[in-house]
Design a protein around this ligand. Structure first.
Ligand code: IVH
Length: 542
């Protein structure tokens, strides 16, 4: 039985590798799930063959992580940064002055969060964050859930014990999905994929980290007796062992080639599925690296060239205030359309009142808009020299633009809220739109626009009304006919069967996202038990 379990583990590891590292799967999701299920069943029946590096552990667990701090065997340093090509030339000149001719490796600078992985006899032993550079947090349980991190190395020839370092990234697609979900439940979205990756790595529940769809790319092998002469060769070997090594690394012989690489990637990076913020230039030879040595903070054999965030200057025409499902007010700037990083920008996020006051943004100002690591452009400053004479400080609204209720601020939150939950139209409609969404009640016969239509027609004013709709209410509405009326009623009826945890998520309690809903449902089992729970009883749930 042990042999069978190990064979399944090898097989699943291989499929994970093909899918997540090579992007070249051999089998479909269905077959993969069948293998995984078979292994799960065997492991459950044979706990004596348990292994923390089994691919079944990739889904993580709900038990609470504790992050012990661990001292780095080799400190995790930073890089000296520059925005200037001239300073890269000075770096090259200094290197050649000290060690003679040198070749370089150019790599992208990934905008995520640094990680150090230790492998012993080919198995993942430990994953530690950078921390303060000397000591970091042990996040092994969470890192195991990242599918592109090998739990067991492939091939042979890897040192019995070594560390490899790289970056944990959240691809744009996962980042956008995560932020949509967070906004849906009234949580503040992450400002950029870097913060999202760092936050996801420090989750208490590794099952939650697993859901975040992180990726990991490695860029540096660390150890005393590495069997390689150059950085490039060491990365190529690591790629053979199953690590995800960037396809964008290049050997460059001189400043011209470095220059070429930087120019090429400053453009081409915009097509990549993850965030980058520069290029790292490293001396390739380990012997020369050793001779160049380190300053207190950074290696003297490497330098980072940072891409400039793309900026444009345009006029702030007006500010709209959007009211979300939870009543949160989001100010949105309407701008004179301007071309930025290949797209025309007309709107930009202004975040909240504090941010507007901090930058002293006023109507009619010429403002700088930037697309940095963020997807939505943001206003980063004001061109004071062109400020109109009679301009006045921006006055944030004091009352809800939709229902007129006086806005409130909650302790510790930067945003304003409209507290009129039961009568403010966008909140009512927003809650119903959330209720019917796929991951909630999944009422797919209804769309956002139909919800608005039914609300405007006075047919629904809360989610309970959905279950009282009759066929004759619907058929005469504009744009609905017999067929869609039947569709709507059928999918509302089907939603009566969704499990408790989804209902709990659907009703949109602030701070109760999918994971919390699941934990609460598992713990309390019924709406009555949950409603009667004391704060202490709530805290006892996972
Ligand atoms: S090498 C001794 N290579 O940038 C320095 N770092 O500013 C070893 N980073 O903490 C770092 N992409 O998190 C290196 N291709 C790359 C990188 C990279 C991103 C990050 C890394 C490091 C920070 C330093």
């Amino acid at each position: 039985m042990r042999e069978k379990i190990e064979q399944l583990r090898r097989q699943i590891n291989e499929h994970n590798y093909r899918y997540y590292v090579l992007n070249d799967p051999l089998i479909g999701d269905y077959e993969f799930d069948a293998l995984l299920r078979e292994l799960q069943e065997l492991e459950a029946a044979h706990p004596e063959f348990d292994d923390p590096n089994s691919p079944t552990r990739r889904v993580g667990s709900d038990s609470t992580n504790e992050f012990a701090t661990v001292e780095h065997r080799y400190p995790m340093l930073s890089l000296s940064n520059t925005y200037s090509l001239d300073e890269i030339r000075e770096f090259d000149a200094r290197v050649r002055k000290e060690v003679g001719e040198a070749e370089y490796v150019c790599e992208l600078k990934f905008d995520g969060t640094a990680i150090s992985l230790t492998y012993e006899n080919g198995r993942l032993l430990r994953a530690v964050t950078r921390g303060d550079g000397t000591r970091g947090d042990d996040v092994t349980a969470n890192v195991r859930t990242i599918r592109s991190v090998p739990l067991q190395l492939r091939g042979a020839g890897y040192p019995a014990y070594f560390e490899i370092r790289g970056e944990i990234l959240m691809p744009f697609r996962s980042f956008e999905r995560l932020n949509r979900e967070r906004e849906d439940i009234g949580e503040t979205p992450f400002a950029n994929p870097r913060n999202a990756a760092a936050g996801s790595l420090k989750q208490q529940s590794s099952a939650e980290t697993a859901r975040r769809e992180l990726d990991c790319t490695l860029y540096s092998l660390v150890g005393d007796d590495l069997p390689f002469g150059t950085h490039y060769d060491s990365l190529m070997a690591a790629r053979e062992w199953g690590f995800k090594i960037s396809d964008q690394i290049a050997l460059c012989r001189d400043m011209n080639e470095i220059d070429e690489y930087i120019r090429r990637w400053d453009k081409a990076r915009k097509e990549l599925p993850f965030a980058t913020d520069g290029v790292v230039i490293k001396v390739d030879s380990f012997a020369l690296q050793h001779r160049l040595g380190y300053t207190a903070k950074a290696p003297r054999w490497a330098v980072a060239y940072k891409f400039k965030a793309e900026q444009a200057l345009t006029r702030l025409l007006s500010v709209d205030f959007q009211v979300g499902r939870t009543g949160a007010i989001t100010p949105v700037a309407n701008l004179e359309p301007v071309l930025l990083a290949g797209t025309v920008v007309k709107r930009a996020s202004l975040h909240n009142a504090e941010q507007i006051a901090l930058l002293d943004i006023r109507l009619g100002d010429h403002v700088y808009v930037e697309k940095g690591g963020e997807i939505i452009p943001k206003i980063t400053g004001v061109d004071l020299s062109s400020r109109p004479m009679q301009s006045e400080p921006f006055r944030f609204i004091t009352h809800c633009p939709c229902c007129g209720t006086e806005l409130v601020k909650y302790e510790g939150e930067a945003r304003h809220y409209c507290p009129n939950q039961s009568h403010c139209p966008p909140q009512i409609v927003g809650r119903m739109v959330h209720f019917i969404s796929r991951r909630a009640m999944n009422i797919d016969g209804l769309g956002d626009e139909t919800v608005q239509l039914l609300y405007d027609a006075g047919l629904i004013s809360d989610v309970a009304d959905l279950y009282r709709l009759r066929r004759e209410d619907l058929v005469d509405l504009p744009r609905l006919g017999d067929k869609s009326a039947d569709n709507i009623l059928r999918s509302i009826d089907a939603s009566r069967d969704v499990p408790f945890q989804r209902v709990l998520f659907a009703i949109g309690i602030r701070f109760v996202g999918e994971t919390t809903a699941k934990n609460l449902a598992l713990h309390f089992r019924s709406m009555d038990a949950l409603m009667n729970a004391t704060p202490e009883e709530l805290a006892a749930a996972d």
